[in-house]
Structure formats: structure tokens, C-alpha cells
Design a protein around this ligand. Structure first.
Ligand SMILES: Cc1cc2nc3c(=O)[nH]c(=O)nc-3n(C[C@H](O)[C@H](O)[C@H](O)COP(=O)(O)OP(=O)(O)OC[C@H]3O[C@@H](n4cnc5c(N)ncnc54)[C@H](O)[C@@H]3O)c2cc1C
Length: 508
């Protein structure tokens, strides 16, 4: 129950991208929403992606035309509503005669250019190699590459921006709160929650439930809510490694591997390269805690076929593993299982709906939320119209491509005694909310204790903002999700940053 003891209209379980997107959409349509997350916002799959808002070029080979079209349309929407977090990016596919035939790649790219109404990004083309810009870092054996456009995204921050927007629309957001069990009783859903830190239990009532628990979707359905439906989730682990930069320039390489999968080599956080991903079917979530030695070897082997300066295990500075909660369409090969989403509604007696989300990409979360609301509309007469395609997410005002540089320059001028590169980093994370992070500070001293060097500084003022405005509870929330400063700081600096976070009331 909430403050006025009225049941919520909708309780959303899981604050990954899909739960946050649905909570935002529902709250903006006038529903009283409670968003319930057992950990931090984006603490599961939604922080472990390849960090692209993309059509998914390779899905064309699996005939996923609906998904690719919707994804490409959403790419345009995301550039408009989250311009501070979703940035245009150039992709290069190096090519030689041993790979998919050139005509096939060209045909795929032609379709990719046209199937989804590309508006703002450059079209694809062939680039003869060697090319000073687009074959940087590659062995000089590839006669050509293919250029195409997509976008890159800060996945955890995109999820967070949706949670912030949901709160601005009136949603009650509860982090570190786990759904233990729930049932339809006395005309409402009664959900028993537990504070993940104290174990203290509380009860919430709601007229409908959304199960957006990602890899836990079946546990929530079958174990917590005791509902059986005809749908299965396939858990497919995907891992990434991060190494010091392997090529100059800001373009990403899409590398075709001998097993016909593709691997992305993505410039990351200025000094690094993000390499992924793998597709490994798993049966228990415990099997996905970290990248396996076999996955590491696979990724290293795949990129070393292309790179002039091969990478070694010792080069890896960070790695991570996530689990795709895919809808089971009966395919045996993990790479072939559909990446599209399926929504299942259970509402015996035509009331108290339970909607469960299977699958779904970061890219399609907004559209998925609209479809979820369309499924729920019969249970909520008077629901307002769709609204999220045009409303900029928190932080995105003044950040459209045409204004981005001017907005940043104005901020840098306002804080002229702060290092310009540092202001740019804070801006990349917070967009137009940067002024609220930095306040009236005219020097670094005025931001409280700061850890790090150069442009990569973690200052008390930002930690404080993340606590007040973004639900941060632990040093990890700050170092790895609200920022990626964990990557830029060495071990002693990370320990120092954790001590600063602790002094400000966060857990280690
Ligand atoms: C390796 C990899 C690469 C990917 N790359 C891309 C990409 O580049 N682009 C793209 O568009 N997509 C990509 N994806 C897909 C995308 O990341 C996922 O589809 C998406 O993040 C799933 O979001 P979700 O909200 O459904 O699940 P999650 O993010 O996992 O969220 C579910 C949440 O539910 C919470 N929860 C579970 N049980 C309970 C409970 N009992 N009580 C309270 N809370 C609970 C969990 O803590 C979790 O936070 C990738 C996925 C992987 C694994």
C-alpha cells in the first residue's frame, strides 16, 4: 500500500530496462505505479550488454525482419529522447574472400539502410582497404571493409534515466526490495516484499502486476506468484572483455568469426576497447557470474585473426558476463534463438492482470513498454494515450546532436575553472542535469574530496547527487553503474573512492 492506503494500479517487478520503461510509460498515463527492484537499478542484464542501440544486422540472417525494423525505428526515437546517452557510431565490417560473399553483405546492408526508415545517420558503403582511418589496427590483408551506421549507449544510465522519469511521473521506486511472494486475494494482488538489507517485510497491494524480472521471470511467475503459463525462458550467457585500446579512431569493428557468429570491437571509455560477445546456453543463473576461460579464449582467438597487434590474456583489464532472458522458440543453437520479445498476460476472470516479459533488447524497451500498456489497457479504462516517443528522458534536454556541443561549451564556460575534460565527462553521464551535479563550483576544491586524475575524477558532489537523486546505496553503484570510473581508477584509488563513498553513507 502507499501513503494514502489505496492499492497501486500497477506493481512492476524488476528495474532493468524493461521494468523501468514500463513503469515510466504506465506512470505517465496516469497509473499509480510501484517499481520493485531487489538490487540496484540496472544491476542485472541491463548493465551487461554490448551497449548498442542497434537494428541488429545479424538478425537479418535469421529473418527477424519485424525485430530489425522496430529496432531501427527505435534507434531514431532513442537518438531524439536520450541524446545524451545514445550517440551515433560508425561500424566497419572488414572483409575478404573467405567470409560471407560481398554481394550478401551489401544486400544485407542495403536492407538495413532501408527497412527501418533511417533518417539521421549516414548510409552504408564500401571502403577500399587499406584506409588511413577505417582499417586502423587491422592486419593489412583485407581488401575492403563495409561501413554502416548504428548507435552506442550507456546501458545502465539509460535504465536509470527511465527510473528517474518514472519517479517524476509519480511512480514509487523501491530499490533493494525483493518480491518474496504474492497472490490474488480479496480483489487485489497482495505482494509480500522484503528489504534486501534488513529483511524487514512489507505488504503492497496492486490491481495489476508486471513481471519484468528478466532472467528470473520464471522464478517470479512459478515460485513467487504461483502462476503457471505456457512460456519458457532460455538463459543465454554473453560475456565481454575490456583491453587497452586496440585501434585508433571511434569506429567499431564488426568481425565475422569462423563459426558465422560476429564479434564487436568497440572503442570504450576513451582508453579502452570492449570486445564481445559470446552465446553460451546455461541452465542455472549461478553459471553466469563471470566470463569462463573458454569464452575468454574464444574472444581472443576471434579478434586476433584480424588484429595487427594480437591481444593476450594479460591485457584484459576488466570482463563481465550477463544473461539474456530469451523467449524459448525451440531453436537449439543459442545464437539462433529469437531476440524478439513476447508478452504473456494471465488474468483469470478478466481482472487483476499479470503481464510477464520474455526477451526484449535495450533497443526495443520503449516499444515493448507501449505494447505492454496496450495489453493492459482493457484492465484500465481511461488509460491515457502513448506518450514516450516524444518526451525527452531526464538529462537529455538541450543535448540533441545540433545543440550538444553548444550546451557543453556553455557548461564549460559556466565552470571555467574546472578542467574542461572533467566537465565533459560529467556531462556525458548527466546531460542537462550536470549543472545540478556541479552546483556553483568554480574550482575542483568546491566539489568536496575528489579521487582520480585528469578528466576522470570522482568528486563528493557527484556521489552526493547520485545518492540524493539516483538511489545509489553502495560504492559499486557509483563506480560501475552511475559512472564507469572503476575502470579508470587503479586499485588504491578505487579503495580511496570506496572510503569517500562510505563517509557519505554508502556501503563498501
Ligand atoms: C551479453 C549481452 C549483450 C547484449 N547486448 C545488447 C545490445 O548491445 N543492445 C541491446 O539492445 N540489447 C542487448 N542485450 C539485451 C539486453 O541487455 C537485455 O535484453 C535487457 O537488458 C533485459 O532487460 P530486463 O529488464 O528484461 O532484465 P534485467 O536487466 O535483468 O532486469 C530484471 C530485474 O529484475 C530484478 N528482479 C528479479 N527478481 C526479482 C524479485 N523477486 N524482486 C525484485 N526484483 C527482482 C533483477 O534484480 C533485475 O534487476 C544484450 C544482452 C546480453 C546478455
Amino acid at each position: 500500500m502507499n501513503g494514502d492506503r489505496q492499492p497501486y494500479d500497477l506493481a512492476v517487478i524488476g528495474a532493468g530496462i524493461n521494468g523501468c520503461g514500463i513503469a515510466r510509460d504506465a506512470a505517465g498515463r496516469g497509473l499509480k505505479v510501484c517499481l520493485i527492484e531487489q538490487g540496484d537499478i540496472a544491476s542485472a542484464t541491463s548493465q551487461w550488454s554490448s551497449k548498442m542501440v542497434h537494428g541488429g544486422l545479424r538478425y537479418l540472417e535469421h529473418y527477424e525482419f519485424r525485430l530489425v525494423r522496430e529496432s531501427l525505428q527505435e534507434r531514431e526515437v532513442m537518438l531524439r529522447i536520450a541524446p545524451h546517452l545514445v550517440r551515433p557510431a560508425e561500424f566497419i565490417v572488414p572483409h575478404d574472400a573467405s567470409m560471407r560473399p560481398a554481394w550478401m553483405v551489401r544486400a544485407g546492408l542495403f536492407l538495413y539502410d532501408h527497412i527501418g526508415g533511417r533518417i539521421s545517420l549516414p548510409g552504408s558503403r564500401t571502403v577500399p582497404f587499406p584506409d588511413a582511418r577505417y582499417s586502423a589496427g587491422l592486419k593489412p590483408v583485407f581488401p575492403r571493409g563495409f561501413f554502416y551506421s548504428d548507435t552506442r549507449v550507456d546501458d545502465a544510465r539509460l535504465t536509470l534515466a527511465n527510473a528517474v522519469s518514472a519517479r517524476e511521473q509519480g511512480a514509487d521506486v523501491r530499490v533493494h526490495t525483493r518480491l518474496l511472494r504474492g497472490a490474488r486475494e480479496g480483489g487485489t494482488w497482495r505482494l509480500l516484499l522484503a528489504d534486501a538489507d534488513t529483511g524487514i517485510e512489507s505488504l503492497v497491494e496492486a490491481r495489476g502486476v508486471v513481471n519484468a524480472a528478466g532472467p528470473w521471470v520464471k522464478q517470479v511467475l512459478n515460485d513467487a506468484l504461483n502462476v503457471q503459463i505456457d512460456a519458457t525462458v532460455r538463459l543465454v550467457k554473453g560475456s565481454h572483455i575490456v583491453v587497452p585500446r586496440v585501434h585508433a579512431g571511434e569506429h567499431t569493428y564488426l568481425l565475422q568469426n569462423a563459426d558465422r557468429r560476429v564479434i564487436f570491437v568497440i572503442p570504450y571509455e576513451e582508453r579502452f576497447t570492449l570486445i564481445g560477445t559470446t552465446d553460451v546456453a546455461i541452465h542455472k543463473l549461478d553459471d553466469a557470474a563471470s566470463i569462463s576461460p573458454a569464452e575468454t579464449d574464444y574472444l581472443i582467438g576471434a579478434v586476433n585473426r584480424y588484429l595487427q597487434a594480437p591481444i593476450r590474456r594479460e591485457d584484459i583489464v576488466w570482463s563481465y558476463a550477463g544473461v539474456r532472458p530469451l523467449y524459448d522458440d525451440g531453436q537449439s543453437d543459442p545464437s539462433s534463438i529469437t531476440r524478439d520479445y513476447v508478452l504473456k498476460v494471465d488474468a483469470p476472470g478478466g481482472e487483476l492482470p499479470l503481464l510477464s516479459v520474455f526477451g526484449g533488447k535495450l533497443t526495443t524497451y520503449r516499444k515493448l513498454a507501449e505494447h505492454a500498456m496496450a495489453e493492459l489497457a482493457p484492465y484500465y479504462p481511461g488509460l491515457r494515450d502513448p506518450w514516450t516517443a516524444t518526451q525527452v528522458l531526464p538529462g537529455g534536454a538541450g543535448c540533441a546532436a545540433a545543440e550538444l556541443q553548444a550546451t557543453l561549451a556553455a557548461l564549460q564556460a559556466q565552470h571555467e575553472r574546472l578542467p574542461a575534460g572533467f566537465v565533459a565527462q560529467v556531462f556525458r553521464r548527466h546531460g542537462d542535469r550536470t549543472a545540478r551535479v556541479l552546483g556553483k563550483a568554480t574550482s575542483v576544491d568546491q566539489l568536496g574530496e575528489c579521487v582520480g586524475s585528469g578528466d576522470h575524477l570522482l568528486c563528493e558532489a557527484e556521489v552526493d547527487f547520485c545518492i540524493r537523486e539516483e538511489w545509489a546505496r553502495t560504492a559499486e553503484d557509483i563506480l560501475w553503474r552511475r559512472t564507469k570510473l572503476g575502470l579508470h581508477l587503479d586499485a588504491p584509488a578505487r579503495a580511496h573512492a570506496a572510503a569517500v563513498c562510505k563517509r557519505l553513507g554508502l556501503r563498501a
